[in-house]
Design a protein around this ligand. Structure first.
Ligand SMILES: C[S@@+](CC[C@H](N)C(=O)[O-])C[C@H]1O[C@@H](n2cnc3c(N)ncnc32)[C@H](O)[C@@H]1O
Length: 291
């Protein structure tokens, strides 16, 4: 084959290969499509600084899964220490195997605990975070209040508790929503080519607010990871979360939501404290418990 034609063929082959390169690891795909540890930590530091006049250096990540948030936190500064707690050993082991080597010596400032967040005696911290709605596994007021009370006891003086919540006019609909995720690099350096994230609200029961959700992934080579994650939750409302925090001993509970950018016709990415806001088809909020 003439040299030029071979070069051309090789180029096309490489392009085809690149187009089909995919990552199939559900934890990596989840990290690229669901988690935003940097933005979460920036927000926590901003609120902590405003409330306490300093930066926090100890973080407990409840329901930590792969402990991405805790890893990002210890990576951010040599004085930072983090604790991650999760029930599921395989998920913790995935984080240990993937993220801890990327941390190097900083991993010494991270403690991962296989355990139940409801159990007393876990290490204390200035900030406790329960993200991606994980507390929604507690489906009635008593266990959720019990969890909030355990967090309240685990906070060092002046500590803050951060959780997130979702809602809006479509939050109770049975619905499936696709979002295209651009290529990115994971915490451990793995290149993740673009893919599609699918959030499915499969069932909602108005009597008790039970909600069943799935995450699916569609990959560039046409493969699908159906039900990569399934969540059997209660859809808690913002007033319920605030009331339960107060009942559990928090001095105050505050709600933060993003503003609206008229020009972009989208949220502006800046979470501000709100006592009221106009309902939207879908929103995500942080609820902050103050000691
Ligand atoms: C939705 S994932 C959250 C992962 C991660 N925190 C995030 O922000 O994406 C929920 C995690 O909570 C864990 N989990 C559920 N109930 C728990 C409990 N009572 N105590 C500790 N972990 C729990 C599950 O094993 C799972 O890894």
């Amino acid at each position: 084959m003439p040299k030029n034609r071979k070069k051309e063929k090789d180029k096309k082959k490489k392009k085809r290969k690149q187009a089909k390169e995919v990552v199939r690891d559900r934890h990596l795909l989840y990290s690229a499509s669901v988690q935003s540890a940097d933005a979460d930590l920036d927000f926590f530091q901003r609120v902590y600084k405003r409330k306490r006049g300093k930066r926090f250096t100890t973080l407990r990540e409840d329901f930590c899964g792969t402990a991405l948030l805790a890893c990002e936190f210890v990576k951010r500064g040599p004085r930072n220490r983090a604790i991650g707690i999760d029930l599921d050993r395989p998920t913790l082991d995935w984080g240990r195997g993937r993220y801890l080597p990327a941390l190097g010596k900083a991993a010494e400032r991270l403690t991962l605990i296989e355990g139940n967040v409801l159990d007393p005696g876990h290490p204390k911290a200035e900030v406790v975070a329960a993200l991606n709605f994980s507390y929604s596994v507690f489906k009635t007021r008593d266990p959720l209040r019990g969890y909030f009370a355990a967090v309240r006891k685990a906070l060092l003086p002046g500590g803050l508790f951060f959780l997130d919540a979702f809602g809006g006019t479509e939050a109770m609909d049975e619905d499936e929503e696709d979002r295209k995720i651009p290529s990115s690099t994971a915490f451990d350096g793995t290149k993740i080519p673009k893919f599609t994230y699918v959030w499915e609200q499969a069932a909602f029961n108005p009597v008790n607010h039970d909600i069943l959700c799935h995450i699916h992934f569609k990959l560039a080579d046409g493969a699908r990871l159906r039900r990569a994650f399934t969540y059997d939750w209660r859809l808690w409302t913002l007033p319920e979360l605030q009331e339960l925090m107060l009942e559990a001993g928090f001095a105050e509970a505050e709600v933060y939501v993003e503003g609206w950018d008229d020009e972009e016709d989208d949220t502006d990415g800046i979470f501000r404290r709100r006592k009221r806001f106009e309902n939207q088809s879908g929103w995500v909020a942080y609820v902050v418990g103050l000691t």
